[in-house]
Design a protein. Structure first.
Lengths: 287, 184
């Protein structure tokens, strides 16, 4: 089976490990990820727009292209997922805007493409995932960090309960690891404040990692390249500000899954982690 | 204390006309948004409710010149919890857009606008990047995209962003503004 797939820019640059491990996981469950033939940046944020029409053009073109190929498209990056889904919602709700944009483009789009996150796909195919697990991760306590953009605004995203989601924990159980619930799993990591007020992002990320540790997590797992960067690369700064902080490895959900499915190490992209994941993986005999 | 002598009664009406601004009048001041806001963990001076209340009162200069306006991480925690169903994060965004139109644009964004105008790109493509592309088997790319630069010019945004003097820079402590926010 083939699944159409929109990687987004970061999966080719900073978030390469997410890309390679995700491909490995899908291959392992017998699905080929078919990349959209032509794709561009989704636009990421709506900053500085005097109206939102302009920022809807890029998502609309991507969705229109995707629709020509297939009725649904897989989007692994939380930010792209949020942007495409919000755009989809707005275009569907506001046909006036949809018409205006359609008029300006060669493509035309009706608002009906389904934007799918890998976690949703794995939820719907849980048995398939379970049947492919090769290594026991039972002892590994995994803090499931959702962040903001997968969940909010719920009305438009419709991913899971925005305050008490469970899809990530269920996914972690389905690959045989032990999910850890922690109150700040839906809290913001500081996002792009890291550009303008880096200390803010350090504090925000520190607070939630600390919370995950206090609840027993060995590692923290995320789906978002920006969260990943803040949680992983800022740990040096967290340690400077809070000397008693103990570093904690961060993974993409697909990296943990690839380990459970018994993938060889070079498909995991672990070498890009700033906080070394090797000690904990060796401790539990996972490498 | 807020000095209502300086209030601009049109401010709230102009704000609700902006994209994302339409929920403004529904705010009943419960502070759920402020209680949910993660930015407040590290800087108490940022407060979405305060921004909204000041907007409703018409304190145009205070709101638009405030560097705190730019502290919002757009995490939508407030949006999710607002009992009045206001899209709070989008509303803050609307006020940011308004601020830029009035010439209150942070330096960091002005630099980006300048790049867009000069190159049509946010990142300068250097020879180094071209070599890197070549190594990856990618075709060379244009160093500038004049069409994009033209669109930027057409939107007039640069004129807006540069239209008035000094701009809040969120990295610096703007004490006068800070006092105003604290006084409320
Ligand atoms: S939560 Fe909503 S109603 Fe309450 S203060 Fe914030 S914006 Fe106003
Ligand atoms: S969206 Fe902005 S104002 Fe709302 S809770 Fe997040 S950071 Fe605070």
């Amino acid at each position: 089976m083939k699944l159409q797939y929109y990687p987004g820019c970061t999966l080719y640059t900073k978030a390469k490990p997410l890309n390679t491990s995700l491909h490995a996981c899908f291959n392992a469950v017998g699905i080929e990820l078919a990349e959209l033939p032509h794709w561009y940046c989704c636009g990421t944020t709506f900053m500085l727009a005097r109206d939102n029409r302009m920022s809807l053009i890029a998502p609309l073109r991507i969705l229109a292209k995707a629709q020509q190929e297939d009725g649904k498209v897989l989007v692994p990056c939380s930010i792209c997922y949020n942007t495409l889904k919000r755009a989809n919602y707005m275009l569907k709700e506001n046909t006036e805007v949809l018409d205006i944009i359609n008029e300006h483009l060669e493509e035309s789009y009706d608002g009906n493409e389904i934007v799918l996150h890998p976690l949703e796909f794995f939820r719907d195919n849980e048995e398939l995932v379970r049947s492919k697990v090769k290594k026991s991760l039972q002892n590994l306590k995994v803090g499931c960090y959702y962040g903001c953009l997968l969940l909010r605004p719920q009305q438009e995203i419709q991913f899971d309960d925005p305050e008490a989601p469970t899809i990530f924990e269920n996914f972690i159980s389905s690959i045989g690891a032990t999910p850890i619930d922690f109150p700040l799993k839906v809290e913001c990591c500081g996002a792009y404040l890291v550009v303008n007020s880096p200390d803010a992002a350090v504090e925000a990320s520190y607070k939630l990692l600390r919370n995950a540790q206090d609840n027993g997590a060995d590692v923290v797992v995320t789906t978002c390249p920006l969260c990943y960067y803040n949680l992983d690369a800022l740990q040096g700064k967290m340690k400077k500000a809070h000397p008693d902080f103990k570093e904690i490895p961060i993974f993409y959900f697909s990296q943990i899954m690839a380990i459970a499915l018994g993938m060889e190490e070079k498909k995991l992209g672990l070498e890009q982690n700033k906080v070394s994941p090797y000690e904990i993986l060796k401790e539990y005999n996972l490498l | 204390m807020i000095d209502l002598k300086n209030a601009d009664p049109h401010f709230k009406w102009e704000t609700i006309k902006k994209e994302g601004g339409k929920g403004l009048l529904k705010c009943f001041g419960c502070s759920d948004c402020a209680a949910s806001c993660p930015v407040r963990y590290f800087d108490e001076r940022y407060n979405p409710r305060k921004i909204i209340r000041l907007t409703l009162l018409g304190m145009k200069n205070e709101v638009l010149s405030s560097p705190f306006l730019w502290f919002c991480a757009h995490c939508h925690a407030c949006t999710e919890r607002c009992p009045q169903g206001i899209m709070v994060a989008d509303l803050i965004n609307a006020i940011k857009n308004y601020a830029v139109e009035q010439g209150y644009c942070p330096e960091a964004y002005k630099l980006q606008l300048d790049l867009l105008k000069r190159l049509g790109r946010l990142y300068e493509v250097e020879d180094f990047d071209l070599k890197k592309r070549q190594r990856l088997g990618l075709p060379p790319t244009d160093k500038t995209i004049p069409e994009v630069a033209k669109i930027v010019e057409y939107t007039n945004i640069i004129k807006y962003a540069n239209s008035k003097p000094q701009v809040p820079n969120t990295n610096q402590d703007d004490s006068s503004c800070q006092e105003k926010m604290e006084k409320e």
